[in-house]
Ligand binder design. Structure first.
Ligand code: HSE
Length: 430
C-alpha cells in the first residue's frame, strides 16, 4: 500500500498553476479523503528560471520530460501543456512508462481520445479528462457514471467560455467584439490562438468528446457542422433582442434512428430558455435522457481554479484507483457503429434575415420560395428600412430539414430583388 502519491505536472500556465494552488491549499482535505498525501514532485516547464508566483520549490521545475518519466516515485502525470503534438506525445510516453494521466486537453482528446484510452488500458493505467469540457462542471463523470444507465437522446449547451463572454459583453455592456475578446484573453479564458474559440473549433472538439460519450459511438471532428462568431452580422444581436431572442454560440448533439447530428453554431434562444441567461464565461449543458428526462449542468466553463478543480477531481479519482490497484479497468470501446444523419433528416427551425429591394411584390415572391420548398413560416416581419430603397425581411420557419433550408438559401440568392441573405440562425425550441 502506498503511503504517498507523487505527481509530475506537465505545464505551469493558467491551469497548471491553479492545480498547484488547489493541491497546496486543500492538502489536508485531500489527505483526509485519500488517506495519503498527494504532492507535486516535479513540474515540466519551458523556462526553468522564469520567476513564478508559487509556493513550490524552484528545484522541482525541469525542462526535461524524461527526468519525470524516469522517476519511479512519480505515480501520476498531469498534462496541462495544451496544444496537440507535444501534449499527445507526452501523454503517450507517460502511459507507456506505466504512469496514469490526467489531462485537460480537449484538442488531444477530441482527435486522439479513443487511441489514447486504448493505450491507457493496454498499460493498465487510467486516463482521465474531466477538465477537457465545461471547465469546472463535472460533465464527463456525469455522462460516464451518473447517467450511465440512461439512453441519452440529446445534448444542447454552451461549451465555450470565451465566446459566451464576448456575446454577453456585446449584448449587455455594448462592448465591441475586439474589446470583449481582449478582456477574455486577459482573464485567461481564451485559447493561445483565440481563433479556435471564435471560429467554434474549441466548442466542436468539446462536442466530439461529449457526443461520443453520451451516444457511445465514434464521433469525428469532421462530423461536426461548425459556424463561428463571424457569421453574426452587425445588428443581429439587437434584432434578436427585439424578437425576444438571445444569440449564443451553442453546441448540440442529437441521436435518433436516422443517426447522430452534431453542430456548433450561433443559435437563437428564446429569452425564456434557461440557456439564454447563461452569461459571461459560464457554460451550461442540457442533457436529455430517456429515463431521467431533462437535466441541466451549469458552472464556470473556463479559468484557472474552476478548470483546476476538475483536474484535481480526476487526480483524486486516479489516486483512489492507484491505492486500490485497479487502474485501467474501464471499458471504453463504443457500443454503436458511427452513423451520421443526412441533411434531409436534420430538423430545425430557422431564422433568415434577408436584405431586399423594397419593391411591390417582393414579399409575395419570397414567401412563394418557402412554400415551394414545403417550408411553413411561423413569423414574417419587415424590419425598418436601412435606406429608402432597401428593407430587411425576417422569416422564422417552423421545423424544416437542413436540406430545405439550403434549397431556400440557394433560391433566395438567385432572386433579383434579394440583395443578400445577411444572416441565418437555427432557432431553439420555445
Ligand atoms: N478557451 C476555452 C473556453 C477554455 O473559452 O471555453 C476552456 O476550455
Amino acid at each position: 500500500m502506498k503511503n504517498e502519491i507523487n505527481i509530475g505536472l506537465l505545464g505551469f500556465g493558467v491551469v497548471g498553476s491553479g492545480v498547484a494552488k488547489i493541491l497546496e491549499n486543500h492538502q489536508e482535505d485531500l489527505r483526509h479523503k485519500l488517506g495519503v498525501p498527494v504532492e507535486i514532485k516535479k513540474v515540466l516547464v519551458k523556462d526553468q528560471h522564469k520567476k513564478r508566483d508559487t509556493a513550490l520549490s524552484s528545484d522541482i521545475f525541469t525542462t526535461d520530460l524524461n527526468e519525470i518519466l524516469e522517476d519511479p516515485s512519480i505515480d501520476l502525470i498531469v498534462e496541462v501543456i495544451g496544444g496537440t503534438c507535444e501534449a499527445k506525445e507526452a501523454i503517450e510516453s507517460s502511459l507507456r512508462a506505466g504512469k496514469g494521466v490526467v489531462t485537460a486537453n480537449k484538442d488531444v482528446m477530441a482527435e486522439y481520445g479513443p487511441g489514447l484510452l486504448q493505450l491507457a488500458d493496454d498499460n493498465k493505467c487510467d486516463l482521465f479528462y474531466e477538465a477537457s469540457v465545461g471547465g469546472g462542471i463535472p460533465l464527463i463523470r456525469t455522462l460516464e457514471d451518473g447517467l450511465a444507465s440512461d439512453r441519452i437522446s440529446a445534448l444542447t449547451g454552451i461549451v465555450n467560455g470565451t465566446t459566451n463572454f464576448i456575446l454577453t459583453k456585446m449584448k449587455h455592456d455594448k462592448m465591441s467584439y475586439e474589446d470583449a475578446l481582449a478582456e477574455a484573453t486577459e482573464l485567461g479564458f481564451a485559447e493561445a490562438d483565440p481563433s479556435a474559440d471564435v471560429d467554434g473549433i474549441d466548442a466542436a472538439r468539446k462536442m466530439v468528446i461529449l457526443a461520443s460519450l453520451a451516444f457511445s459511438t465514434e464521433v469525428l471532428l469532421e462530423d461536426v457542422f461548425v459556424r463561428g462568431l463571424k457569421e453574426i452580422r452587425d445588428g443581429d444581436l439587437e434584432l434578436a433582442e427585439q424578437f425576444g431572442y438571445t444569440v449564443k454560440l451553442a453546441g448540440s448533439a442529437k441521436k435518433n434512428s436516422d443517426g447522430i447530428e452534431v453542430a456548433v453554431e450561433p443559435v437563437l434562444f428564446p429569452n425564456s430558455h434557461p440557456l439564454a441567461s447563461v452569461n459571461n464565461e459560464f457554460n451550461a449543458v442540457y442533457v436529455y435522457g430517456d429515463a431521467v428526462g431533462e437535466t441541466m449542468f451549469y458552472g464556470p466553463g473556463a479559468g484557472s481554479l474552476p478548470t483546476a478543480t476538475s483536474v484535481t477531481g480526476d487526480i483524486v479519482a486516479a489516486c483512489r484507483n492507484l491505492l486500490m490497484g485497479v487502474n485501467g479497468k474501464r471499458p471504453h470501446a463504443p457500443q454503436y457503429e458511427r452513423k451520421v444523419k443526412s441533411d434531409e433528416t436534420k430538423l430545425a427551425r430557422y431564422f433568415h434575415r434577408i436584405r431586399v429591394r423594397d419593391e411591390i411584390g417582393v414579399l409575395t415572391k419570397l414567401t412563394a420560395i418557402y412554400s415551394s420548398q414545403g417550408a411553413s413560416l411561423a413569423t414574417v416581419i419587415q424590419h425598418s428600412d436601412k435606406t429608402e430603397t432597401d428593407a430587411d425581411l425576417i422569416f422564422i420557419t417552423h421545423q424544416i430539414s437542413r436540406k430545405q433550408h439550403l434549397n431556400i438559401v440557394a433560391e433566395l440568392n438567385q432572386t433579383p430583388e434579394v440583395i443578400g441573405l445577411l444572416s441565418h440562425y437555427r432557432v431553439e425550441g420555445e
